[in-house]
Design a binder for this molecule. Structure first.
Ligand code: NAP
Length: 330
């Protein structure tokens, strides 16, 4: 019997408990996956804390993982037992050693991408693909501000945007993270806990501002993001790691004819053709070195609470991955 992390109530990290779970055989159109690596995302913290109420409780959190197909339901085509796959789902249930999954969500992984690397990069990389190509088409010569540039999404965003030829300014919480953001390709860094972001951006850009801001920090950074925009600039708020953005007067966009969007990657992933296109685009970017899956910090699945605490403490740079240790118990 596999084990999974179950939460019965929202709250602090210690609401996450390891429990035995029944998995059973796959139904029509499903596969069973023996999981080897589970991605931890800030989304999981919103769900665990109760900011998002999208996981029915009791429930198993987690929205992405990698592993091996070990059983096929009726009618599943294009997959075989033994295939290495990864997936993203807004239906949760990823914090587990094994699970059933809609076969249409399973993406066959390239041989060059290990399981931990896949779990560290699938959602984060596809989010970056969406942000740079579909939410705002970044061009060579653009100026970009990336808030939390040393984070899991942040590092990938800096790398990919730099490879397009944009000049990236990255904000970070410490000098050590500034070094990480610079080695990912940021031309400039701002210590946003000590410095005023908008005035630093205006200084670095000689008063022009940036064409686009990618802001996943939310409440603490929104005003600085808005104040960093160039004329006709675009503020993309795609997360709220510091808390939600307070109510906002639309008229605040008019002094620069600015635009504001609030994308969710799951909406782009809902279309199977688009999902396949975005995954292929990420795998190609990984293969040609446009982006790299930096080594993730791993925790045993049983220590999911410690992984959440580490992410919330801001001590970790880059991705966090949980590794189930109960594969032999199935
Ligand atoms: N909209 C979407 O579809 C979508 C998809 C994927 C991810 N996201 C968002 O992208 C963001 C990054 O996700 P991730 O999983 O890669 O996480 P992450 O960036 O690795 O971790 C969050 C980082 O945010 C910074 N931060 C600033 N204020 C914070 C606070 N009060 N508490 C905790 N962290 C704070 C910290 O970096 P510093 O120490 O440098 O400040 C921290 O390391 C999240 O906001 C997530 O919701 C959105």
């Amino acid at each position: 019997m596999p084990r999974a992390i179950v939460m019965r109530t929202p709250g602090p990290a210690d609401v996450l408990h390891l429990e035995d779970v029944e998995v059973g055989d796959p139904g029509p159109g499903q596969v069973r996956i023996r999981q080897t690596a589970v991605g931890v995302n800030f989304h999981d913290i919103y769900v665990r804390s109760g900011l998002y109420t999208t996981l029915p409780l009791p429930g198993i959190p987690g929205v992405e993982a990698a592993g091996v197909v070990d059983a096929l339901g009726d009618g599943v085509a294009g997959l075989a037992v033994g295939d290495r796959v990864g997936y993203i789902t807004d239906g949760y249930g990823a914090y587990t050693g094994a699970r059933l999954l809609d076969a249409a969500l399973a993406m066959r992984l390239p041989d060059s991408l290990g399981d931990v690397a896949a779990a560290s990069v699938l959602i984060k990389g596809i989010t970056v693909e969406v942000l740079l190509r579909r939410v705002h088409a970044v061009k060579p010569g653009d100026w970009i501000l990336v808030q939390a540039a040393a984070g899991g999404v942040g590092q990938l965003l800096v790398r990919w945007a730099s490879s397009i030829g944009a000049t990236v300014i990255g904000t970070v919480g410490s000098e050590a993270k500034a070094e990480i953001a610079r080695s990912a390709g940021a031309a400039h860094t701002i210590l946003y806990r000590d410095q005023d972001v908008a005035s630093e951006v205006q200084r670095i850009t000689d008063g022009r501002g940036v064409d686009v801001v990618y802001d996943s920090v939310g409440g603490d950074t929104f005003d600085g993001s808005l104040g960093s925009l160039a004329m006709l600039g675009h503020l993309v708020n795609f997360g709220q790691s510091s808390g939600p953005v307070p109510p906002f007067a639309v008229a605040r966009l008019s002094p620069r004819s600015a635009s504001l969007t609030r994308p969710m990657v799951f909406h782009y992933l809902a279309d199977p053709a688009l999902r396949a296109e975005m995954a292929a685009s990420l795998f190609a970017a990984l293969a040609d070195g446009t982006v790299t899956a930096e080594p993730a910090r791993t925790f045993p699945l049983a220590e999911a609470a410690a992984a959440h605490a580490a992410m919330e403490s801001r001590a970790v740079a880059g991705a966090i991955v949980l590794v189930p240790d109960d594969i032999d118990r199935m």
